[in-house]
Each structure stands twice: as C-alpha cells, then as structure tokens.
Design a protein around this ligand. Structure first.
Ligand code: URA
Length: 434
C-alpha cells in the first residue's frame, strides 16, 4: 500500500476500506508517513467527507493506536464529557469535580487550545504546579484514590489523535465532521468511561456554525460512538457569544472557581448543570431532569464540588492557595480597555472574534508546540442584551508577553454590535440527541 494512492482515492471521493484506514493510522503513528502527506489526506477528507463505515473504522483505528485506560479495577460508574470546543468554555473544570462530588468516577482526557478555541489542559496548567502528563497507571491510581482526574491525552493514549489534532490545527482542517468524530470519540473510547455526554457547540464561535451542521455532528457522534460499544448522549449548545465572561487560561480558571463556589455567570452554570443532569439520567438515576439538576445545584451551593476541586488540584501538584485566593493566579502585566463607541444595547458579540483575539494576546498558539501565556486573554464586561453607555468599558484585554494588542483590540471592538433595540439572548440548550 502507498499513502499517495489513499490520498488520491479520497481526493476523488472514493471510500477507503477498513484495512486501508488501519494501515494509514498505524504507519502515521509509527512516523512512516510524513506530515505533508497526512496534511494532504486531511484536506481531502475536509472536502470529500467520510462514509459512516469509514468513520467507524477511522475512530476505532485511532482509539486503538496506543494504550487504553482500563478503568475496570476502579470501583463505581465511570462517566466522561467532551466539548467540541468553544470560547470561554471552562465547563470541564467545573463538571469533573461536580460529578466526582456526586459519587461518579471521572478520568478525563483533554486537549490543548485548538484554532480559536481554548483547551482544558492549557487552562488547568495555568494553576501553578499543576501537571497533566499522567501515565495510564497514574490515571487509574488517582481515579481510585479521589475519583477525579484531568490528564492530557498524550502519546500513550490515542496517540493518533494527539498527532492529528496538532496537524489539523495548523493546516486549516479542524472543522470537518468526520475528523471531529474520529478525534472526539477515539479519546473517549480509549479513555475507559462507560457513559459519555458530548457538548456539541453551535454558532459563530464553534467549528459547526449552523444548527443543522451541529445537530448532524451530534447525531454522527452518538451513532458512531454507540456502534463502538459505549453509551453516548449529546447536547447541542449555543456558542454565538462566549460562555461566561472570560476567554483565556487563568482567566477561565477564575471563572470556574466562581461557579464552584456557588456563583459565577448564569450561562456557564446553566450549561454545566444541563450536561451534568444528562449524565445522571444516562447513568439511570431516579427521577427526571429537574431532580437531577436539583442534586447538582446542591453540590455546588454547599461547597461539595469545590472541596473535590481542591482535592483534584492538590493531587496533580497544583498550589491550592492560588485557587483559594485567585488573585494569586498568573496575571497580565498590562491590561487595555475597549470602550463602547455609542450608547445602546449589545445585540451581537462574536465568540469567534473574541477567541481569535484571545489567541493574539497569547492565550492560544499559532504554530505547533508553541507555549501559551497563562495570563493572557479577554475579559468581557458586557454581553448580549446588556445596556451600555457611550464610553463604557466593554472588555479588558489582558496582554501576554507576545501579545499583538492593536489587532486584538480591533477584533474585540468589532465583535460587539450595539443597537437601539433591547434584545433577549437566545436559548442555550438547542437540542438533545440520545
Ligand atoms: N475537539 C476534539 O477533541 N477534536 C476535534 O476535532 C474538535 C474538538
């Protein structure tokens, strides 16, 4: 078999066989297929797509490309979640300890910033001392000890995804349904959970911008995932404006801490509770969604989830004093304000533009392997529906070491549309796919 033949086949819209897909993934992980050929293949998939059989074979080959985390020796029900990526989406940092507080085991494998979206690992590592490079053995031991883990999906587990994820990030091939399906599901399947809830983001700041596309992705994820023997459920959630009021690593940790302490922005809390309730129902807990949410609200408001978060941070080497007192988290040396050019109501706030701006300030990466700046990002003081006066501060830009402040400022200023008519923000939970 030759890689060039598979690239040509896909370029011409012909489906690959399971054997061809397995061969390609194995050779790529072994370093025998160069990035330039894999990049060409990814671009061909971007334009030509994959059949459902190809997606199943692609996902299985990626899931089996390395070690799997076998959680069978950990007592309890193992749950997991995954988001297709958004801006200000710091739900994982809240939901993992929340589900742990509810008595479930969560050994979460997460990624880094991708495109204009943030990544849980970059966020979690902005807490001084936190390390996420855990081996499967360390993940299992920590899950047994405290029930919760957030680890980077490394070379050991689903290595094909780690390699492809980084390559897609720099070749313009992130927003492709089959590539997202393979990427998301391979990690979840290799990660060893029994029940998984997926948060498929929809809107300007998501990889899937229209509702039909996002719903289609949610359906493919649930179908392919169930075909591979796990129980999946998905919510399609709005990502037209950022979730919460922060986009950037340490800034989002601060926001997660607010929710874990019973406060925080309503939209971030709402998406977290909806995903958590979905997991409780998937796990067969008695009662309906209202009962499930009530249980989770209690765990947040009574500080049980917060205690679990402190345990998680400490177990992974983090300085708990920095989360107890978030003023000690990394801070930017310089902050620049963006002001409203006129009075009125915020009618639109582009999540994508805010995400790109956060990247330009240093919160994301422009080339493979670049360091992110933990302190960099965008803080939003106004969101859709808010009334603002002329000259009011709409956002604060937290400048990282390699920030490009002027470009970021233009983007954030342009992200806001201010009009005369008041507007109520749209629904957050757009669909449920079981
Ligand atoms: N999240 C993933 O894990 N993979 C993708 O491809 C996109 C979002």
């Amino acid at each position: 078999m030759r890689m060039v033949d598979l690239i040509e086949k896909k370029r011409d819209g012909i489906a690959l066989t399971e054997g061809e897909i397995r061969w390609m993934i194995e050779r790529y992980v072994a370093g025998e297929i160069p990035d330039y050929q894999m990049s060409a293949f990814l671009m061909a998939v971007y334009f030509r797509g994959m059949t459902e059989e190809e997606m199943v074979a692609f996902t299985a080959a990626m899931a089996e490309s390395g070690e799997t985390v076998d959680l069978t020796e950990v007592p309890g029900v193992k749950v997991d979640k995954h988001s297709t990526g958004g801006v200000g989406d710091t739900v994982t940092l809240i939901l993992v300890p929340l589900m742990g507080a509810a008595g479930y085991v969560v050994a979460k494998l997460s990624g880094r910033a991708l495109g204009h979206t943030g990544g849980t690992i970059d966020k979690f590592e902005s807490i001084p001392g936190v390390h996420t490079d855990l081996s499967p053995r360390e993940i299992i031991d920590q899950a047994k000890r405290i029930g919760v883990v957030i680890a980077e999906h490394t070379q050991d587990v689903a290595p094909a995804d780690k390699l492809l994820y980084e390559l897609r990030d720099v070749t313009g091939t992130v927003p492709s349904l089959p590539l997202i399906v393979g990427s998301v599901l391979s990690k979840k399947i290799a990660g060893g959970a029994d029940l998984i809830v997926l948060d498929v983001k929809c809107g300007d700041g998501a990889f899937m911008q229209s509702f039909p596309e996002a719903k289609g992705l949610a359906e493919s994820l649930v179908r392919v995932g169930n075909e591979l023997g796990k129980r999946f459920s998905a919510l399609v959630t709005a990502m037209d404006q950022p979730l919460g009021r922060m986009a950037g690593n340490a800034l989002e940790v601060r926001q997660a801490i607010e929710v874990l302490r019973g406060g925080g922005p309503e939209d971030l809390r709402e998406v977290t509770l909806a995903l958590g309730a979905e997991l409780l129902l998937l796990a067969g807990e008695e009662g309906d969604e209202v009962t499930a949410r009530r249980k989770l609200v209690r765990l947040l408001d009574e500080g049980v989830a917060w205690e679990k978060f402190l345990e998680l941070v400490a177990a992974q080497g983090g300085d708990t004093q920095c989360v107890e007192d978030p003023a000690r988290l990394p801070r930017a040396r310089e902050v620049v304000e963006v002001r409203a050019p006129r009075a009125g109501y915020v009618r639109r706030l582009s999540a994508r533009q805010v995400g790109v701006a956060a990247g330009l300030l240093g919160a994301g990466r422009e080339v493979k392997g670049q360091e992110v700046d933990p302190a960099a990002g965008v803080e939003l003081l106004a969101k859709v529906g808010d009334a603002v006066d002329e000259g009011a501060v709409l956002a604060r830009l937290h400048l990282g070491e390699r920030a490009r402040p002027e470009e970021a400022r233009r983007l954030v200023a342009g992200a806001f549309e201010i009009g005369d008519e008041p507007l109520t923000p749209g629904k957050l939970i757009l669909a449920r796919v079981r």
